[in-house]
Design a protein around this ligand. Structure first.
Ligand SMILES: [Zn+2]
Length: 172
């Protein structure tokens, strides 16, 4: 499998916006380390179970967006006074989240990359689990203790549904 594109070029968000005329480059982690994946997944679950009224999808996605920005960046090119700005949550909040266009660009890419692996387990959990076990055993004779049988004999009247042949197919 080809490595996905983890590089996003955004307009320069350095304190001095003239620093990078060609924009800043943010890179996302790939593959996402398991602890990060688990953190995101568990955070969503936690919010879902503890928030009053649950966690509607838009709120879940908004939360996920924030989590992506905080936890999935691998590197960025931000500098201040010639020195690299450390990549950490506080600085993400300060420099990236304050520029919504840039923040959404990064978050959207993160969503493309990670949503399946992060949300996958949640979605699978949401759907009712079908054990699919004992249905295979059709070989056992079906015991019919004929209690309420022979009730309506009328249903055997051949109601052959000829009604289907109306219209649709224009047999020329
Ligand atoms: Zn910059």
């Amino acid at each position: 499998m080809e490595a996905p594109d983890t590089e996003i070029r955004i307009s320069c968000i350095c304190p001095d916006p003239a620093t990078h005329p060609d924009g800043d480059v943010v890179r996302l982690q790939w593959p996402l380390p398991f602890p990060t994946m688990a953190l995101l997944n568990k955070t969503i679950r936690w919010e879902k179970s503890t928030r009053e009224g649950g966690l509607p999808m838009p709120a879940a996605l908004a939360l996920l967006t924030e989590l992506y920005l905080r936890h999935t960046l691998a590197s960025w090119t931000l500098v201040e006074d010639g020195a690299p700005i450390a990549l950490n949550e506080a600085n993400v909040e300060r420099y990236l989240m304050t520029v919504p266009t840039a923040a959404f660009e990064v978050a959207d890419r993160a969503d493309d990359l990670y949503s399946e692996i992060v949300l996958g387990p949640l979605i699978q959990r949401a759907s009712p689990s079908s054990p699919g076990g004992p249905t295979e055993r059709s070989t056992s004779p079906t015991k019919v203790n004929g209690a309420a049988s022979k009730t309506s004999r009328q249903s055997s009247r051949s109601s052959s549904s000829n009604t289907e042949t109306t219209g649709i197919v224009g047999t020329a």
